[in-house]
Design a protein around this ligand. Structure first.
Ligand code: UDP
Length: 589
């Protein structure tokens, strides 16, 4: 399969109209009147400069800083790697917050002061473009005693509403509302209220919710046993309840609205290299980063589809491992610099991030890569390649962290960490992840994270009611080259739920190569997630996109399989299950 874009120009592919629209609306610096005051090239240059200057902390000379700055600029301009949105929006922009991370977790204790502090933290973080995760598991249950007032407690869900209401009022950079994750431990006595809070308490609009499910709970579901609900204030069991009953409610609600997801909390803590920093109880809003309280993570993602080369003497692509390694090394350095460049809204976050030095190096363009290699998403061959890619890239990323540790030292919380026990000197506690890349994949003109193409023709609701239309350019180029393109093909695909499966106009081979989200079984989605989980030190952001006719049983199957395949968590979304959704089948007009 040959791509319409000659490899010689692969380094600098021109920006599409969609990419330009997103950049103009949300990323390019504006003056007080809202006029754009920089070009796209100036955006790359300002970000590269701001992040390269950090090298002076490590005694780099003027020439060395200039050289790194130029390498960063080229990496951004070629869109082979892009950092998360807050870095692109804020770095080097006069008057902007020097806050470059997307992911935060704020701890909540069982007292009013802590809840008030969490609201303040959320507002400040959202204002600078980040998203916040909270665990409400420490809060005493509804109806429990409040000694100081002699009254009764209102429970975790009521406090979620307070944060939700505050969040509603803050628009990030004037363009988007802050995103929150709300987590409740499956043993919390209010778990059933929590599970249905998005359908029964319609006012909770700015939270994704996940149940922190333990291995013990998942085993009890499989074996149809009871498990204990425990009051976090007294640590006493208050009753025993059927695990299947709770699980049924979870999957029914998820079938209805997409919430709650599951967060496999034991797995997150087992995989944690820094138990010396305490227990992990929550993730960031989209679930890819489990974090300790007051820790933050800056994400950055490599576009896999821009790391291909033509196989010598053949008309085919292959992965360019050498270039992938180069990009990974430079990206790890870029993200390491951001930890020092960041000035977070709370001093506790500055202190924590400089202890753990977490970074979140992820990928995007995975579906596009498979299409260019001619491998159907979710196929056995594709999964095998993914596992190989996951292992090699993870090794490359950790090697890059080790190399930085030679010159810059290990992360401070290394003392007492599992890395110390293993005798492994690394610069970061965590390195890899798979982020959603909802916005930056549009800027990079590539497919999002490890997701399949949503459809061959679709549109995305973005930017205050605007619709961005999308047509898979690789599909069009292939159809034209192979001679089966015709004027109404796209209309036929639109009428076929965005898929070319079963259309006699499209040869069977290409029907497979151009697999889209709803062509896949929930099992295939989860298998791909599990394959990428092998790359990720943290979790993997993946939505198990189901067609509207999917059943509660499909959701149940996916949730159990995710746990069995050692995923860190799971989220499903059934097409049409919310009145307004971000990704939509069909043409934009
Ligand atoms: N995020 C957020 N608000 C949003 C979208 C994202 O706070 O509207 C945060 C959230 O923590 C999420 C992370 O950014 O997990 C990464 O999301 P994504 O990769 O889609 O961000 P991008 O860098 O593409 O904007």
């Amino acid at each position: 399969l040959t791509d319409p874009i000659p490899p010689s120009t692969m380094e600098y592919i021109p920006l599409s109209d969609n990419a330009l629209t997103v950049l103009r609306e949300r990323y390019l610096a504006k003056d007080d009147q809202g006029n754009i005051v920089e070009t796209v090239d100036q955006l790359w240059a300002r970000v590269a400069r701001e992040i390269a200057v950090v090298e002076t902390l490590y005694e780099a000379t003027h020439e060395e800083v200039a050289s790194i700055e130029e390498q960063f600029r080229r990496m951004l301009a070629s869109r082979t790697f892009l950092p998360n949105s807050p870095t692109l929006m804020n770095a080097g922009r006069p008057g902007a917050h020097k806050q470059y991370s997307a992911c935060f977790v704020i701890p909540i204790e069982d007292d009013m002061q802590s809840i008030g502090d969490a609201v303040t933290a959320a507002l400040l973080i959202h204002k600078s473009g980040g998203g916040t995760g909270f665990s409400f598991s420490n809060l005493r249950p509804k109806g429990d005693r409040v000694r100081s007032s002699g009254g009764v407690a209102s429970g975790p869900v009521s406090f979620m509403k307070i944060i939700d209401g505050a969040t509603e009022q803050v628009r990030q950079g004037g363009t988007r509302r802050g995103a929150n994750m709300g987590i409740l431990h499956v043993q919390h006595p209010d778990i059933l209220d929590f599970v249905r809070c998005k359908t029964h308490d319609g006012q909770i609009r700015n939270f994704n919710i996940s149940v922190a499910a333990t291995d013990e709970f998942m085993t009890a579901v499989k074996e149809d046993r009871l498990y204990a609900l425990i009051n976090p204030r007294t640590m006493q069991p208050i009753k025993h309840i059927s695990a299947r009953l709770v699980f049924d409610r979870i999957v029914e609600e998820a079938w209805k609205t997409g919430d709650p997801g599951l967060f496999f909390i034991d797995r997150a803590n087992r995989a944690c290299p820094i138990p010396n920093m305490g227990e992990i109880v929550s993730t960031n809003p989209c679930g890819e980063i489990p974090l300790h309280g007051f820790d933050a993570c800056t994400l950055g993602s490599i576009d896999l589809a821009k790391h291909l080369r033509i196989l010598p003497g053949h008309d085919q692509y292959e992965l360019d491992w050498e270039r992938l390694d180069q990009t990974i090394r430079l990206a790890v350095r870029f993200l390491d610099n951001i930890i020092d460049a960041n000035d977070h809204p709370l001093p506790q976050i500055n202190a924590m991030t400089r202890q753990t030095r977490r970074i979140g190096l992820g990928i995007m363009g995975y579906a596009r890569l498979l299409m260019m290699l001619g491998l159907p998403y979710g196929s056995e061959e594709a999964i095998r390649l993914t596992e190989r890619l996951a292992h090699q890239m993870k090794a490359m990323a950790w090697r890059a962290s080790e190399q930085l540790a030679h010159t810059r030292g290990v992360y401070p919380a290394w003392k007492g960490s599992k890395h110390e026990q293993e005798g492994r000197k690394v610069r970061h506690s965590y390195v890899t992840t798979v982020a959603p890349t909802g916005s930056i994949s549009m800027i990079a003109d590539t497919s999002a994270g490890c997701e399949p193409e949503f459809a061959l023709v679709w549109f995305k609701h973005v930017l205050e009611g605007r619709k961005l239309p999308y047509l898979c350019d690789l599909f069009e180029a292939t159809a034209r080259r192979e001679g089966w393109w015709h004027d109404v093909l796209i209309d036929k695909i639109a009428a076929n739920h965005g898929s070319c499966r079963g259309l006699k106009d499209v040869p069977a081979h290409w029907q497979q190569v151009f697999t889209v989200a709803h062509d896949l079984t929930s099992e295939q989605h989860v298998q791909v997630q599990a394959a990428w989980q092998q790359f990720s030190d943290t979790a993997v952001s993946k939505t198990i996109n189901l067609p509207s006719m999917a059943t509660v049983e499909d959701v149940r199957h996916a949730y159990v399989l995710a746990w069995e395949l050692d995923c860190s968590g799971i989220t499903v979304y059934r097409d049409g299950s919310r009145a307004s959704q971000v990704l939509n089948l069909g043409k934009a007009d």
